[in-house]
Design a protein. Structure first.
Length: 701
C-alpha cells in the first residue's frame, strides 16, 4: 500500500539556514540588526546577544540593540546580563516607562522585590496607568505580604485589562496565599467565565469546594478538567476519592442533554435548496487522534422511523416505527441488534446501515447511554442526517460512520468550528475552507483510510457535531457558497485554519514537519495600514505581553483569552510533566531556541541532570508545557526564582490558539466585522495567490 503523506509539498531543506530569513527581517533597521535578529530566530541566542551588544557599542546613542540584547539574555535565563543591558538603555532614555517596567520585572523574577518596587514606582510616576508596572507592583506587594496594597494594585490591573483571564487567576492565587478562600473562589470563577479551558484555575477551585465540603461542586470541576485533559492524574484520582462523598448521582450533577423533538427551522428549507453533492464518510464519536471510540452499546431512534439494512446486500433486516428506541451491542465481535422489547433481530459481522424513513430531511438520533465506554455518548444525545453505518471492530467495539452529502456535512461543520453568531462573511469563508479540506481528504483517503472514513468528527480533522450544531446563519453560509472551494493552480489548496493566530500568521515551511507552500506564508494578521513591524526580540516581548491591535483581537466577539493568555506553572509541576515524556532528571534549563518569523517557538531546549533534549514538534512543545496542552507555540517564558536562585515557577505569556498557519478564524471574524471585508477578500488575505473556484460535483462510487 502506498504511504500517505500528510502534506505532499516540498520540505524546506534550508530550515536552519539564513537563506529563509523571513521577509520582514530583511526590511528591519539596518543589515546588522537583521543579522542579529536572524541569529535570534535561528536559536543562536548567545551569538545574537553579542551581535546586538556589538551594534550598541558601534552606535552608543542607539537604544534598540541594548533592548534587544536584554530580551535575548532574558530568553537565555541570564537575568543579570539582561538587567545590565536594560540599565545601560536607561542611561540613554531615563524616562522610558517600558524600560523601567521591564527592569522591575527582571528584578522581581530574581526575588529582589525592593529594587523591583523602585523601578515599578518610577514607571508609574511617569505613567500612572502602565498596566505591566501596575501588575508588577501588585506582585511585589504580594511577595512582601502586604495584603491591602496587593489587592489594590491587582484590582487596578484588572480595570486596565478587563478581558484578561490571567489577571483573575493571579488575583485568586493571591487571595489563596492570604487564605481568603471566598474571594479566591470568586476570582477563579471569573477567570473560568473568561476562559473555560483554563484548567489551572479549575484545580484550585475544586480544592476550595472540597475544603468547604461542597463535594458535588468539587467533583464537577474535576470532571470538567478531564474534558480538556483526559486522564489528568490529579483530577482522576481526586474524582474517585470524592465519589464516595457525593450527595447526588453523577448524572444528576451533569444532566444529560436530551433531544425531545424534531428541529423545526430553516435547515429543512436549506436541505431542499441544496443540489446533490458527493458523499463523504465521517467517523463519529472519535477520540483526539481521530480513532473510533470504544462503543460497547448504542441506542438509537428516529422521529420518522428508520430501517436497518445490510450494507452489501441492501436487504432490509428491520423497520422501526417513529420514536422507537433500538439497541446495538458489541458482543463476540459482532453487532447485535435488539428492538425496544429486547428481542434480538440479528448478529452481524458485516456493516449495517441505519436510515431515517424520510431520508432527505430526517435524522438518526443516538440516545445518551451512561454506561457507554465512549464519553462522547455518555452525557448527550446526538443527531445526524444521512445514513449511519455500524460495524464491529475486533477487540474494540462498534464503529460508527456517517455517510452524508458533502454540503449537508458542512451544515454540521461550520457551526462546530466557529460561533454561528459571528459576522456573516466569516462564516462563508469558514464554509469554503471546510469544504476544501473535506474535498482533499475525500480524494486522498487521508490518515483515516485504514479506519474506513475520510474524516473524523473532532479537531483532529474538523469538528462536526451534526444536526445539534446547525444554525440558520451557518446553513445559509453553506448554501450561498455551495460547491465553492479554494484552489491554487487549479488544484484544491491546503486550507489550514486555526482558532486564533495571536496576531501573526506562521508560514508552514517554518514549522518542523510541515512543508513549505507558496500560499501558506507569514504575515501579520492586521490590515496593512495599521501594521507595525515586530522585528526584534524587544518588540516581540512588548507585543506578546501587550494587547496589540490585530484582526483577531476582537473583544466582544472573540474570547480575549484566546488572543492573550498567561500560565504560571510551578517548577515541580513542570519537572514532573517533562519527565513523563523525557527522563531528564532534575530540570535545570528550559530555553526556547528557534522561532518562526511570526515569533512562534519551533524548538525548545530542556536540560536536565540526566540528559538534555531538544523538542521541535509543534504539538510536543505544546504538550510538554501545559496541564493538557498550552494553546499555542507563540509565547515567551519568564523564569521566576526564589532568593536562593532556585526556580520557583515559569510565567508563560502566550498569544493565540492553534498552529497559526493559514486562516485565523478569529481574524476572519475581525476582518468581516471590524473592517467589512467579504469572504472572498478574507480567504485571499489568508491564502495569498489562491483563488475561489466552483466545484462541479461528480458522483463517484
Ligand atoms: Zn481526523
Ligand atoms: Zn489572528
Amino acid at each position: 500500500m502506498r504511504k500517505t503523506i500528510f502534506i505532499p509539498l516540498l520540505f524546506c531543506a534550508a530550515h536552519f539556514a539564513f537563506c529563509i530569513l523571513p521577509p520582514r527581517s530583511r526590511a528591519a533597521a539596518g543589515d546588522e540588526g537583521a543579522k542579529a535578529y536572524a541569529l535570534y530566530l535561528n536559536g543562536y541566542l548567545s551569538k545574537a546577544a553579542e551581535a546586538y551588544l556589538a551594534l550598541a557599542a558601534v552606535k552608543p546613542d542607539r537604544l534598540q540593540p541594548l533592548l534587544d540584547a536584554a530580551m535575548v539574555y532574558k530568553q537565555l535565563g541570564r537575568y543579570r546580563d539582561s538587567a545590565k543591558a536594560l540599565e545601560n538603555a536607561l542611561k540613554i532614555e531615563p524616562y522610558d516607562t517600558e524600560i523601567l517596567s521591564e527592569l522591575g520585572w527582571l528584578k522581581f523574577h530574581q526575588a529582589d522585590y525592593e529594587t523591583a518596587a523602585v523601578y515599578f514606582e518610577r514607571a508609574l510616576k511617569l505613567s500612572s496607568v502602565h498596566p505591566r508596572a501596575i501588575l508588577g507592583l501588585g506582585s511585589v506587594y504580594s511577595n512582601l505580604g502586604d495584603r491591602e496594597k496587593t489587592l489594590e494594585y491587582l484590582a487596578r490591573y484588572r480595570q486596565l485589562r478587563p478581558d484578561f483571564a490571567g489577571v483573575d487567576y493571579i488575583i485568586a492565587w493571591n487571595y489563596m496565599n492570604f487564605k481568603m478562600y471566598k474571594e479566591a473562589e470568586e476570582s477563579l470563577i471569573e477567570a473560568l467565565r473568561k476562559d473555560p479551558s483554563f484548567i489551572e484555575a479549575r484545580l484550585p477551585l475544586a480544592g476550595i469546594y472540597a475544603r468547604d465540603r461542597k463535594f458535588n461542586e468539587a467533583w464537577n470541576q474535576y470532571y470538567r478538567v478531564l474534558n480538556y485533559a483526559p486522564n489528568h492524574p490529579v483530577a482522576s484520582k481526586l474524582m474517585k476519592v470524592l465519589e464516595g462523598r457525593l450527595t447526588k448521582q453523577p448524572e444528576e450533577l451533569i444532566p444529560p442533554f436530551k433531544i425531545t423533538k424534531p428541529l423545526k427551522m430553516e435547515p429543512v428549507k436549506v436541505l431542499e435548496e441544496l443540489s446533490k453533492a458527493v458523499r463523504v464518510r465521517v467517523g463519529l464519536g472519535t477520540n483526539n487522534t481521530g480513532k473510533q471510540g470504544r462503543n460497547n452499546i448504542l441506542k438509537f431512534k428516529s422521529f420518522q422511523g428508520f430501517t436497518i439494512t445490510g450494507k452489501a446486500t441492501g436487504k432490509i433486516y428491520a423497520s422501526a416505527a417513529p420514536d422507537e428506541i433500538w439497541t446495538a451491542l458489541f458482543k463476540d465481535g459482532k453487532t447485535v441488534i435488539k428492538d425496544p422489547k429486547g428481542l434480538v433481530w440479528g448478529k452481524f459481522s458485516r456493516p449495517v446501515l441505519l436510515k431515517s424513513k424520510n431520508f432527505k430531511s430526517g435524522a438518526i438520533i443516538f440516545e445518551n447511554v451512561k454506561n457507554s465506554k465512549n464519553p462522547w455518548i455518555r452525557y448527550s444525545d446526538r443527531e445526524y442526517r444521512g445514513a449511519i453505518e455500524l460495524y464491529p471492530i475486533a477487540g474494540r467495539g462498534l464503529g460508527i460512520v456517517n455517510i452524508v452529502d458533502m454540503e449537508v456535512y458542512l451544515l454540521g461543520v461550520v457551526p462546530s468550528e466557529v460561533p454561528a453568531q459571528w459576522p456573516y462573511e466569516s462564516l462563508k469563508a469558514q464554509a469554503v475552507l471546510a469544504r476544501t479540506q473535506a474535498i482533499i481528504r475525500r480524494a486522498r483517503g487521508g490518515t483515516h483510510k485504514a479506519g474506513g472514513y475520510h474524516m473524523c468528527d473532532g479537531q483532529h480533522c474538523q469538528a462536526y457535531k451534526g444536526v445539534l450544531a446547525e444554525a440558520n446563519t451557518t446553513n445559509r453560509a453553506v448554501l450561498e457558497t455551495e460547491g465553492e472551494i479554494l484552489t491554487y493552480h487549479g488544484k484544491p489548496a491546503y486550507t489550514f485554519y486555526h482558532s486564533n493566530c495571536g496576531g501573526y500568521i506562521q508560514a508552514s515551511g517554518e514549522v518542523t514537519g510541515w512543508g513549505g507552500s507558496p500560499y501558506l506564508v507569514t504575515h501579520q494578521d492586521t490590515p496593512p495600514e495599521i501594521e507595525k513591524p515586530v522585528d526584534s526580540p524587544w518588540k516581540f516581548h512588548q507585543w506578546i505581553t501587550g494587547s496589540p491591535q490585530t484582526n483577531c483581537n476582537y473583544p466582544g466577539m472573540v474570547r480575549s483569552a484566546n488572543f492573550r493568555w498567561l500560565r504560571i506553572i510551578k517548577h515541580k509541576d513542570m519537572e514532573y510533566r517533562i519527565n513523563r515524556d523525557y527522563k531528564i532528571g532534575t530540570l535545570r534549563e528550559l530555553i526556547p531556541l528557534n522561532r518562526s518569523g511570526s515569533g512562534n517557538v519551533n524548538s525548545i531546549k530542556i536540560a536536565g541532570s540526566q540528559k538534555t533534549v531538544t523538542v521541535d514538534r509543534e504539538h510536543l512543545i505544546r504538550n510538554i508545557l501545559g496541564f493538557s496542552s498550552i494553546k499555542s507555540t507563540l509565547f515567551m517564558i519568564a523564569i521566576n526564582r526564589f532568593k536562593n536562585g532556585k526556580v520557583r515557577n515559569y510565567w508563560i505569556y502566550g498569544g493565540g490558539w492553534g498552529h497559526g498557519i493559514g486562516m485565523c478564524q478569529s481574524g476572519a471574524a475581525g476582518l468581516a466585522g471590524k473592517y467589512g471585508k467579504s469572504y472572498r477578500e478574507i480567504v485571499e488575505f489568508y491564502f495569498p495567490g489562491a483563488k475561489l473556484s466552483k466545484l462541479k460535483y461528480v458522483r463517484k462510487k
